[in-house]
Design a protein around this ligand. Structure first.
Ligand SMILES: [Zn+2]
Length: 77
Protein backbone atom coordinates (compact mmCIF):
# COMPACT_ATOMS: atom_id res chain seq x y z
CA UNK A 1 0.00 0.00 0.00
CA UNK A 2 1.07 3.54 -0.62
CA UNK A 3 0.88 6.19 2.04
CA UNK A 4 1.42 9.90 1.84
CA UNK A 5 2.73 12.15 4.56
CA UNK A 6 1.10 15.53 4.35
CA UNK A 7 3.86 17.10 6.41
CA UNK A 8 6.78 15.95 4.27
CA UNK A 9 4.76 15.58 1.09
CA UNK A 10 6.34 12.22 0.40
CA UNK A 11 4.77 8.97 -0.73
CA UNK A 12 6.11 5.76 0.79
CA UNK A 13 5.15 2.13 0.87
CA UNK A 14 4.16 0.32 4.02
CA UNK A 15 1.93 -2.52 5.10
CA UNK A 16 0.17 -0.08 7.40
CA UNK A 17 -1.87 -0.67 10.48
CA UNK A 18 -5.61 -0.52 10.86
CA UNK A 19 -6.80 2.23 13.12
CA UNK A 20 -10.29 2.57 14.44
CA UNK A 21 -11.65 5.94 15.35
CA UNK A 22 -14.94 7.64 15.99
CA UNK A 23 -15.92 10.31 13.57
CA UNK A 24 -18.05 13.11 14.98
CA UNK A 25 -20.35 12.89 12.00
CA UNK A 26 -20.23 9.32 10.72
CA UNK A 27 -19.57 7.50 13.98
CA UNK A 28 -17.21 4.53 14.33
CA UNK A 29 -14.87 4.21 11.35
CA UNK A 30 -11.61 2.54 10.55
CA UNK A 31 -8.76 3.47 8.29
CA UNK A 32 -5.29 2.24 7.50
CA UNK A 33 -2.46 4.42 8.64
CA UNK A 34 1.33 4.18 8.62
CA UNK A 35 4.10 6.15 10.21
CA UNK A 36 6.12 8.40 7.97
CA UNK A 37 9.73 7.15 7.68
CA UNK A 38 10.97 10.72 7.70
CA UNK A 39 9.08 12.50 10.46
CA UNK A 40 7.30 9.59 12.11
CA UNK A 41 3.96 11.27 11.74
CA UNK A 42 0.78 9.43 11.03
CA UNK A 43 0.03 9.18 7.34
CA UNK A 44 -3.10 8.01 5.64
CA UNK A 45 -3.42 5.84 2.59
CA UNK A 46 -2.53 7.43 -0.70
CA UNK A 47 -4.61 6.47 -3.70
CA UNK A 48 -3.41 7.35 -7.13
CA UNK A 49 -6.12 9.25 -8.98
CA UNK A 50 -7.55 7.10 -11.70
CA UNK A 51 -6.94 8.35 -15.17
CA UNK A 52 -10.12 8.64 -17.08
CA UNK A 53 -9.96 7.72 -20.68
CA UNK A 54 -11.29 10.42 -22.93
CA UNK A 55 -13.07 7.78 -24.96
CA UNK A 56 -15.14 6.48 -22.06
CA UNK A 57 -18.75 7.49 -22.11
CA UNK A 58 -19.70 10.33 -19.87
CA UNK A 59 -16.22 11.76 -19.61
CA UNK A 60 -15.67 15.37 -20.40
CA UNK A 61 -13.47 15.95 -23.42
CA UNK A 62 -10.51 18.33 -23.16
CA UNK A 63 -12.47 20.97 -25.03
CA UNK A 64 -15.25 20.78 -22.46
CA UNK A 65 -17.74 19.20 -24.82
CA UNK A 66 -19.20 15.77 -24.41
CA UNK A 67 -17.37 13.15 -26.53
CA UNK A 68 -20.71 12.21 -27.96
CA UNK A 69 -21.24 15.71 -29.22
CA UNK A 70 -21.02 15.93 -32.95
CA UNK A 71 -18.53 18.17 -34.62
CA UNK A 72 -15.79 18.15 -32.00
CA UNK A 73 -12.85 17.24 -34.20
CA UNK A 74 -10.22 18.56 -31.81
CA UNK A 75 -10.82 15.82 -29.24
CA UNK A 76 -11.52 12.80 -31.42
CA UNK A 77 -7.94 11.90 -32.23
ZN1 LIG B 1 6.56 12.91 7.29
Amino acid sequence: MDFRCRVCDVVFQSSGTKKEYVDSIYGPCSKVVANCPTCGGESSEFRTPKQKKSSSSGAIAPCGMSPQAAGCSSCSQ
